[in-house]
Ligand binder design. Structure first.
Ligand code: NDP
Length: 282
C-alpha cells in the first residue's frame, strides 16, 4: 500500500478550511500566521511559498516578512517581539536554517510559546515530554496522522526511528511511545543499522542521506515512513529510503515526494488553528 500523503494532507486542509469559515463568523476574525524568512536560500523560499499557499487555501490571514541575508540578530528579534505583542497574530514561523551570524536557538526562544506554530520552543518541547498540552512539531504530527489514516496498528509493536534530531527523530519517537509502541532510536553511531531496522514493524527514517535504507534492511510487511527530502545531482527529489527496493518488501510506504512533505504543511495549518483557538477561548 502506498500511503498517499498528498491526498491525506488535502483532506486535512479542507477540514481546516471549513472550520475556519465557521470560526471567523463566530469570533469576527480569521486565524493569522506570520512567516519570517531571512535571505534567499532557494529551498527555504520554496518551502515558504508552499506554506503561504496553504494558509491562503485554509482562509488564514498572514504576512510574509522577507528580511535580507545580512539582517542583524537584534533586528530579527525585534521583528519577532513585535509579532509576539500583536494581538491579531496567532502564529509566528521563522523559516530555518538561518544565516550563520544568527543564533538559531535564541531566535526560537524569542517566539512566544503560545504562538510557536513549529513547536520548537523549549516550553513546548518540555510540555511534549511531560504529556502536557502543547504545540507538537509539524513533521512528527504529520507522520502520526499518516499512520492513523492508513490504519497502522501501533500498540505493542516495535517502531524504529532512524535519526535523533530535535525537529523529527526525538519528537516522533515520543509520540510513538505515547501510542504504546516499543521504540528504538537509531543514529549515526548505531552499530548494525540493518539489523536494527529489520526488527521494525514501523520504520521512520529521518536522516538526510539519499536512499540509504534498502530492501534488505526492512522486515517484510513493515510500514515505512520516509521523511527524507534529498535532491540528486540531476535535480530529482528522493527520500532517505530506496523506494524501488523497499516498496516490494514493505506492507505500506510513503512516497517522496507526496508523503510526509505535504503532511508537514497541513499540520502547520493545524497548529496555527490550535494557537488561534487557544487564544480565542482564553
Ligand atoms: P538532521 O541532520 O538534524 O539529523 C539527521 C539524523 O540522522 C541525525 O540524528 C544523525 O545521527 C542521523 N544519521 C546521519 N547519518 C546516519 C547514518 N549513516 N546512519 C544512521 N543515522 C544517521 O536531520 P533532520 O531530522 O532535520 O532531517 C532529516 C531528513 O528529513 C532530511 O532529509 C530533511 O530534509 C528531511 N526533513 C523533511 C521534512 C518534511 O517535511 N518532509 C521536515 C524536516 C526534515 P547523529 O545524531 O548521530 O548525527
Amino acid at each position: 500500500m502506498i500511503i498517499d500523503g498528498k491526498q491525506i494532507a488535502q483532506q486535512e486542509k479542507e477540514a481546516i478550511r471549513e472550520q475556519v469559515a465557521a470560526l471567523a463568523k463566530q469570533y469576527g476574525r480569521k486565524p493569522c500566521l506570520d512567516v519570517i524568512i531571512v535571505g534567499e536560500n532557494p529551498a527555504s523560499l520554496s518551502y515558504v511559498r508552499s506554506k503561504i499557499k496553504a494558509t491562503e487555501y485554509c482562509g488564514f490571514e498572514g504576512e510574509l516578512i522577507q528580511l535580507p541575508e545580512a539582517v542583524s540578530e537584534e533586528e530579527l528579534l525585534r521583528v519577532i517581539r513585535e509579532r509576539n505583542e500583536n494581538e491579531a497574530v496567532d502564529g509566528i514561523l521563522v523559516q530555518l536554517p538561518l544565516p550563520k551570524h544568527i543564533n538559531e536557538q535564541r531566535v526560537i526562544e524569542a517566539i512566544a510559546p503560545e504562538k510557536d506554530v513549529d513547536g520548537f520552543h523549549p516550553t513546548n518541547v518540555a510540555k511534549l515530554w511531560l504529556n502536557q498540552q502543547c504545540i507538537v512539531p509539524c513533521t512528527p504530527l504529520g507522520i502520526m496522522a499518516l499512520l492513523e489514516k492508513s490504519n497502522t496498528v501501533l500498540e505493542g509493536r516495535h517502531a524504529v526511528v532512524v535519526g535523533r534530531s530535535n525537529i523529527v527523530g526525538k519528537p516522533v519517537a515520543k509520540l510513538l511511545l505515547d501510542k504504546q509502541c516499543t521504540v528504538t532510536i537509531a543514529h549515526s553511531r548505531t552499530a548494525d543499522l540493518g539489523e536494527v531496522c529489520r526488527e521494525a514493524d514501523i520504520l521512520v527514517v529521518a536522516v538526510g542521506r539519499p536512499q540509504m535504507i534498502t530492501g534488505e534492511m526492512v522486515k517484510p510487511g513493515a510500514t515505512v515512513i520516509d521523511v527524507g527530502i534529498n535532491r540528486t545531482a540531476d535535480g530529482k527529489l528522493v527520500g532517505d529510503v530506496d523506494y524501488e527496493s523497499v516498496a516490494p518488501v514493505a506492507g505500506a510506504i510513503t512516497p517522496v515526494p507526496g508523503g510526509v512533505g505535504p503532511m508537514t504543511i497541513a499540520m502547520l495549518m493545524y497548529n496555527t488553528l490550535q494557537c488561534y483557538n487557544q487564544r480565542m477561548t482564553n
